[in-house]
Ligand binder design. Sequence first.
Ligand code: NA7
Length: 539
Amino acid sequence: MDTQSDASDVVVIGAGISGLYAVHKFRQRGMNVHGFESAAGVGGTWFHNRYPGARCDVESIDYSYSFDEDLQQEWTWSERFATQEEILAYLEHVADRFDLRSAYDFLTRVVSTVYDEEAALWTVTTDTGKSVTARFCVMATGVLSATNRPAIAGRDSFAGESYHTGEWPHEPVDFVGKRVGVIGTGSSGIQSIPEIAKDAAQVVVFQRSPNYSIPAGNRPLTEELIAQVKAGYPERRRLARLSGGGTPFTPYPKGAMEVEEQERTRIYDEWWQRGGYLFAKAFPDQTTNLEANDTARKYVEAKIRDMVNDPELADQLIPNDHPIGTKRIVTDSGYFEAYNRDNVTLVNLRQTPITEITENGVLVGDQLHELDMLIFATGFDAMTGALSRIDIVGRGGRTLNEDWAAGPRTYLGLSSAGFPNLFNMVGPGSPSVLANMVLMAELQIDWIAKCFDYLDEHNAVSIEATQQAVDEWVAECNAKAAATLFPTANSWYLGSNIPGKPRVFMPYIGGFANYGSICAEVAEAGYKGFEIVTSTEEA
Ligand code: NA7
């Protein structure tokens, strides 16, 4: 183990979408940036989630960096919804193009970051024994990066091949002729099941909660469309920044209950044809008004019944425990139709839960499902999981885990009281996963870079959210969530998938454009809500 010590201006933890851009942006300011990444390469989420069928549900032309005009003109996406492979190739291209790998220690996991109040420095320590001191610490650790392997009895006793979708191996996995069990029907399960079914002898799906899923309507991008998009990129990005979710779409001007049924159906047809999770936003009141939501729910239920041949099976695949859209609607390719195949079976865990996992398979009640391979598509300790696995120690020895014991507490998602010069990327208290992650990351990193300029201009040593600003922002986030139907669903947005996790709606649901305006106003008002300590004060 090497025990090297080093000094930098800023440490960036994570080499995913936000970490890579952070390195680039801060280097452009002339800063010395030190990056750490636990994986062997760049890509974050897109490095790890290599399961068959993995795609992003935001259109490729929007799910890409906007910071460099040449980059967005030269890169050409092949499909409307990009595969994991293509997104990873893109991020690798970005890393090469801007020489970002050189900032990183790969295969290096950060175990702690501790603030020294006197020196106003963070000391970041890794599992390789290396430690780096830096004035600033940027946590680009990802929101869907800490995998969840639920504590099912006998979980580790299965003797066959076993994988988690979020830690998928790099070597090809061969399903041919195998009996494959999949636990979980979130996005990862729903995307992978139809692909696995093409090769496997048998796929047994263990479903606890059915999910809404809308066919992607994926297709190759034509040269004509690409030329059009590239010519109009500045306007496309401008509209995306003015939108609620960071993609250039405008909601219907009226609520679902303000129009006649015929018009409502016409709009639902339009969004169904368009494909994907944005169906949740066909009408602006769909996730705030239960009556409006019910119209969308009924529309989708009828579609599921059309796609699944066996009506009893269709019943079991239709969610009945949450309003549509209050868990992220999955964007699929052939999911419901997969159940029409002879080799795909549904095991309804709501009827009979898993008793235990055994050496040979999964025991449900007294029925043993014998398997050659078991796949955990069981999701993540979302939004806070990756941070909670690092010992983050702020002023007075207080840890972030202590500060967030009853749920995450931030100002603008960026900063927490007691943790000077430490910034969280795309996490709780920001629109985060409710927005296009790439533009989300750019917005926050651009804000932080400007903040660094301000600190330099004012000879400042540190910046930190005040307790009052945090209290008010947490209250604002809670109020925004309470005005919607989202808190009624047991989703990972609320941490409900992790036993013992406080039930708090974690993202800011006030919209991407609003969030951007609030952050800009705070900066223009001289970083209102932040305490800035200057070197004179310190002296
Ligand atoms: P998700 O959406 O959290 O889905 C995880 C699935 O695993 C979900 O169906 C869970 O059922 C199921 N699960 C979790 N624990 C268990 C146990 N103990 N027994 C049975 N089933 C279980 O994760 P994904 O990886 O699919 O997607 C995450 C996000 O990535 C997604 O929202 C997109 O934004 C991209 P439950 O619903 O908890 O009953």
